[in-house]
Design a protein around this ligand. Structure first.
Ligand code: NAD
Length: 512
């Protein structure tokens, strides 16, 4: 039974029926915004933005603090909305969606002025004697934030906070699978007293998302699949709209011969099963050096057998798969692996005791690089483990993927771990922990290869919601350095200057 399917509409509006992935019972309907409504939303955002951009960082920060207060006060309402649409365990709704949201609000409220305040930049050489430079971080205007269903509240909130602190207005287009968790972000911002029109939501499907881009925002922040990311890039390219794409992954974990195997096994299990495996930086492929392979597999199987899967969100370690489309992909990947010789050490299929969309936490061994489960994004609670000769082979296999979002290396030698991690062709990595990078606000986050374009988060990410505008100021009164009329002397003076400034290494050191 589909948890999201089109229904008849008395008019031209596209409508969908939504069901709970936990009970499969109806939980509401989604009515897609029309093209005209999307355009009107952008127009309202455009009207609201200049007054917001004129506010100081302190004033904008005050609004973020009020929103943080409200998110804390309304945590139950957020958690209940997320649980209704996803069926993730309550602890995950609280940690991923609420805790991480408050952290982002407070982090950018405190630091946006530092990241985006007008920057002095020293100029080199002779120009530095005559001119000074300032970089002004100007908001782009209206930012479209298009988001997926796996972290439906936080993935809508986090880019919104950064765009707002940078002085933009925001229109959020949440996933059609989890529309109300995304809509709640805009609702709460309004309740927190943010001026009208600054954060709005348009609800709808992929067509609504493409209407949003056609309505001409000044920047698109997209999080979602590679296939949709390509469409966004084309749509933005045609209109020359800047964009960031945070896309799918197939993250590799490397277990070295000197790893702490207890920690690595726990890391493998949470890395693969957190959010029911529906985590962009989830661990999807595990390469283990042969000396420690058997011991590692035994520990992983022991850990996975301890996991509780339940439709009671207060009793579950591993919850539902949020969308039947994803469940079909998970089943297909596991069936393909088993048909090609993989062994099921735990789990292996849908949970027969539960009515909803539940796939058991599963351990697969004897997997090979050509199986779907090691090649395509599975996005399910599957721990896929492969034996390798040594760390070099692990790196080779980790890099044999079109994806490059995250990864992790496990070793008692942190320096060697860092060196190995840096050899993985990926956007980010961690040593002796599962993928943390998205949740570490200080660092930029973004994929390489098919996993994305551009960075979100950290100083680099928030600056992406601005145009960095250099303003060059003449130091001594006004007037350009004029060489008119050009004569033979102009040419020889220029040649002399080049000889003087760059003719020796000493002068290059002074003027370079
Ligand atoms: P999706 O690409 O199907 O949908 C994402 C959003 O794009 C939805 O809101 C959808 O309605 C909209 N959309 C669809 N077609 C569109 C179009 N033509 N124009 C504009 N918008 C359009 O992705 P999904 O299935 O919702 O999300 C799962 C994917 O997201 C996974 O691949 C996961 O790895 C990835 N993801 C990446 C990150 C990251 O930070 N890199 C984070 C979370 C999820």
């Amino acid at each position: 039974m589909a948890i999201y399917e089109p229904i008849e509409s008395p008019d031209q509006t596209r409508r969908y029926a939504l069901r709970s992935p936990v009970t499969l019972d109806p939980i509401g309907e989604l009515e897609c915004a029309s093209t005209e409504e999307v355009q009107a939303t952008i127009a309202r955002a455009r009207a609201a933005q200049p007054a917001w951009a004129a506010k100081s960082f302190e004033e904008r920060a005050e609004h973020m603090h009020r929103m943080a207060d409200l998110v804390i006060a309304e945590q139950e309402r957020i958690v209940e909305t997320v649980l209704r649409e996803t069926g993730k365990p309550r602890a995950e709704a609280l940690s991923m969606e609420v805790y991480a949201s408050v952290d982002a609000l407070v982090f950018y409220a405190k630091r946006a002025a530092k990241f985006l305040g007008t920057e002095r930049r020293r100029l080199h050489g002779v120009l530095g004697l005559l001119k000074k430079a300032r970089i002004v971080y100007k908001p782009r205007g209206v930012v479209a934030v298009i988001t997926p269903w796996n972290g439906p509240f936080v993935l809508s909130l986090n880019p919104t906070v950064q765009a707002l602190m940078a002085g933009n207005a925001v229109v959020i287009k949440p996933s059609e699978v989890t529309p109300y968790s995304g809509a709640l972000v805009a609702e709460l911002f309004r309740e927190a007293g943010l001026p009208d029109g600054l954060v709005q939501t348009v609800l709808g499907d992929g067509r609504t998302g493409s209407d949003l881009i056609a309505a001409g925002p000044d920047k698109v922040s997209f999080t979602g699949s590679v296939a949709t990311g390509r469409k966004i890039a084309v749509a933005c390219g045609e209109r020359l709209i800047p964009y960031t794409l945070e896309l799918g992954g197939k993250d590799a974990m490397i277990v070295c011969r000197d790893a702490d195997l207890d920690a690595a096994a726990k890391g493998a299990v949470i890395g693969s099963c957190m959010n029911t495996g529906q985590y962009c930086c989830g661990t999807e492929r595990i390469y283990v050096v042969e000396e420690v392979y058997d011991a590692f597999v035994a520990k992983v199987v022991e850990e996975v057998r301890k996991l509780r899967q339940s439709d009671d969100v207060d009793q579950a370690d591993v919850g539902a798969t949020f969308w039947d489309r994803q469940l079909t992909i998970i089943e297909d990947h596991v069936a393909d692996a088993v048909a090609s010789g993989a062994r099921v050490e735990a789990g292996g299929g849908r949970n027969p005791d539960l009515k909803g969309l539940y796939f058991q936490p599963t351990v697969l061994t004897g997997v090979t690089q050509d199986m779907k489960v090691m090649r395509d994004e599975t996005f399910g609670p599957i721990v896929s483990i492969m034996k390798v000769k040594d760390e070099d082979e692990a790196i080779l296999l980790a890099n044999d993927s079109p994806y490059g979002l995250n990864g992790n290396v496990w070793t008692r030698d942190a320096a060697r771990g860092t060196s190995l991690a840096s050899r993985i062709e990926t956007g980010a990595a961690s040593v002796n922990d599962m993928a943390l990078s998205y949740g570490v606000n200080e660092v930029p986050f973004g994929g390489v290869k098919d996993s994305g374009i551009g960075m979100v988060n950290g100083p680099e990410g928030i600056r992406g919601y601005c145009h960095a505008m250099p303003i060059i100021v003449h130091r001594f009164g006004s007037g350009p350095v004029s060489f008119y009329p050009y004569t033979a002397k102009t040419v020889s003076d220029m040649q002399q200057a080049m000889k003087l400034f760059w003719g020796s290494r000493l002068m290059r050191r002074l003027f370079g």
